[in-house]
Ligand binder design. Structure first.
Ligand SMILES: *Cc1c(COP(=O)(O)O)cnc(C)c1O
Length: 400
C-alpha cells in the first residue's frame, strides 16, 4: 500500500504513457491551483475528519461486504459483494462528490459546476451542494436531458440549476465543453467536480484516492471473514473507471490479486454499437488526458453505445489504460443481453436488484475461471431502481 509505485501518476500526471493535462491555456491557473493543493488538503487531519465523518453518517459507510452464498454455489467459487449500492443516492459516485466538495471549500470556492451524461453524477453533485449550501450548476446535453428526465427533476428538486448543452450532438462531450467554458469564465470562485477517474491531471488521481475507501474497507472486511486481506479476484465494471479504481486501489501492488475490469460491448464488440474501449480504442486525447478512446481514422470520437447509460463513454481513465496495456488488469467485454440476464440472476439468487452497469461485472463471473478455493470480490457499484424502466421494457428477457 505504498504511494510511490508504477500505478501512481508521476509529477506530470502520467501513468506510463497515459494521462497528463491537455487543456486550453486559459484553464492553466484553475488546474494548477488544484494540482498544487490537492495532496496536502487530502492529507490534512481536519479534512480527513470531515471526510470520514460524512462517509460514515451521510453516505452510510462502511458499506457491507456480503457473502453471496447462492451466487457462489452457482459459480462454484466464493463470492463477496461490496455493497456500494447501499450508499446514499444508490451508488459509489457520492464518495467522490463528498470528498470534492470538502476540497472545494478548503480552496475557498463557493460555486460548483459539473457535467453529466446519464445524470447520476449530476445528482450526486447536486446532493452534496444541497448538503453544503453551495450554488450548483450542472451542464447536460439537451438530448440526455430528454432521455434522463427523472434525474433532471431530481437535480432541480435538490436546488441545482441544470443547463442544457445545445451544440454538437447535445450529449456528454458537449456538456463537458460547456462546463470547461464556464470554469474559464469563473476561475476564482468555482470548482469543477469531475465524476470519474478521467480529465486532466490531477483529477484521475484525486478521484481514485477518494474512491479508494472501497478497497480499504474490503481488505479489513475480508480479513475478518476469511482470515486474509487478499482475495484472488476483484471484479468491477468500467465506464470512466471510478468504481473500479476504488475497488482496485489497495490491491494494485498485490500481484496475487487478479484485477478484472468489465466494459460494455453493447450489441457486440464488432457491431458498431459498443463501448468496449480497451479492445476498440487507440491512444488519443479526450477530456484533457491522453488515454485509450474510440475514434475514427481522423481522430473524431466515435459515438459509444451501451444499453447502460453509465458505461456509454468513449474512453477509459488513464490509470485503466495503463493497467490494461501493462497486463496488470484483465479486460472483459459484456453485451447488453448478457448484462440483462445477470440482472435477473442476482435478483432471484440474492434478492438484490443491481444497476445495469453493475450487471456487466456480474455477467463476467462466468468467464473468470475461479475455482472452489478462490475468493472473488465483486464491486456492486449501484442499485437498479434507476433502471426499472429499462428492465420493464426487456421484461421478457428478464423473467423467462
Ligand atoms: C456511473 C456508474 C458507473 C460507471 O462509472 P465509473 O466511473 O466507471 O465507476 C458504474 N456503476 C454505476 C452504478 C454508476 O452509476
Amino acid at each position: 500500500m505504498t504511494d510511490t509505485n508504477q500505478f501512481q501518476p508521476n509529477a506530470r500526471g502520467y501513468y506510463g504513457e497515459f494521462g497528463g493535462a491537455f487543456i486550453p491555456e486559459m484553464l492553466y491557473p484553475n488546474v494548477e491551483e488544484l494540482r498544487d493543493q490537492y495532496l496536502s488538503i487530502l492529507a490534512d487531519a481536519d479534512f480527513q475528519r470531515d471526510f470520514q465523518g460524512l462517509l460514515r453518517d451521510y453516505v452510510g459507510r462502511p458499506t457491507p461486504l456480503f457473502e453471496a452464498k447462492r451466487l457462489s454455489a452457482k459459480y462454484n467459487t466464493r463470492i463477496f459483494l461490496k455493497r456500494e449500492d447501499l450508499c446514499h443516492t444508490g451508488a459509489h459516485k457520492i464518495n467522490n462528490t463528498v470528498g470534492q466538495i470538502l476540497l472545494a471549500r478548503r480552496l475557498g470556492k463557493h460555486r460548483i459546476i459539473a457535467e453529466t451524461g446519464a445524470g447520476q453524477h449530476g445528482v450526486a453533485t447536486a446532493t452534496v451542494c444541497a448538503l453544503m449550501g453551495m450554488e450548483c450548476v450542472v451542464y447536460m446535453g439537451e438530448v440526455d436531458m430528454e432521455r434522463q428526465k427523472p434525474n433532471v427533476y431530481r437535480m432541480r428538486l435538490l436546488g441545482a440549476e441544470v443547463r442544457p448543452a445545445t451544440s454538437g450532438s447535445r450529449t456528454l462531450k458537449d456538456a463537458t465543453n460547456e462546463a470547461i467554458r464556464d470554469w474559464i469564465s469563473n476561475p476564482v470562485d468555482t470548482h469543477y467536480i469531475i465524476g470519474s477517474v478521467v480529465g486532466p491531471h490531477p483529477y484521475p488521481d484525486l478521484v481514485a484516492r477518494l474512491q479508494a475507501v472501497i478497497s480499504e474497507e474490503i481488505r479489513k472486511q475480508l480479513l475478518e471473514k476469511t482470515g486474509s486481506e487478499l482475495p484472488n479476484y476483484v471484479v468491477a465494471c468500467v465506464g470512466g473507471g471510478s468504481n473500479a479504481a476504488g475497488a482496485f486501489y489497495h490491491f494494485l501492488n498485490e500481484p496475487s490479486v487478479q484485477l478484472i475490469a468489465v466494459e460494455a460491448a453493447g450489441h457486440g464488440i464488432n457491431s458498431g454499437h459498443s463501448a468496449a474501449t480497451s479492445v476498440l480504442g487507440t491512444a488519443g486525447i479526450i477530456h484533457g488526458s491522453r488515454t485509450l478512446l474510440m475514434q475514427d481514422e481522423h481522430g473524431q470520437i466515435t459515438e459509444p453505445y451501451s444499453l447502460s447509460a453509465g458505461l456509454d463513454y468513449p474512453g477509459i481513465g488513464p490509470l485503466h489504460a495503463h493497467l490494461g496495456t501493462t497486463g496488470r488488469a484483465r479486460f472483459v467485454s459484456i453485451e447488453d443481453e448478457q448484462a440483462l440476464r445477470a440482472v435477473a440472476e442476482l435478483s432471484r439468487l440474492e434478492g438484490i436488484i443491481p444497476a445495469l452497469e453493475t450487471a456487466h461485472a456480474l455477467a463476467a463471473l462466468e468467464q473468470l475461471g475461479a475455482g472452489p478455493d478462490d475468493v472473488v470480490v465483486l464491486n456492486l457499484s449501484g442499485r437498479g431502481d434507476k433502471d426499472l424502466e429499462t428492465y420493464l421494457k426487456y421484461a421478457d428477457k428478464l423473467t423467462k
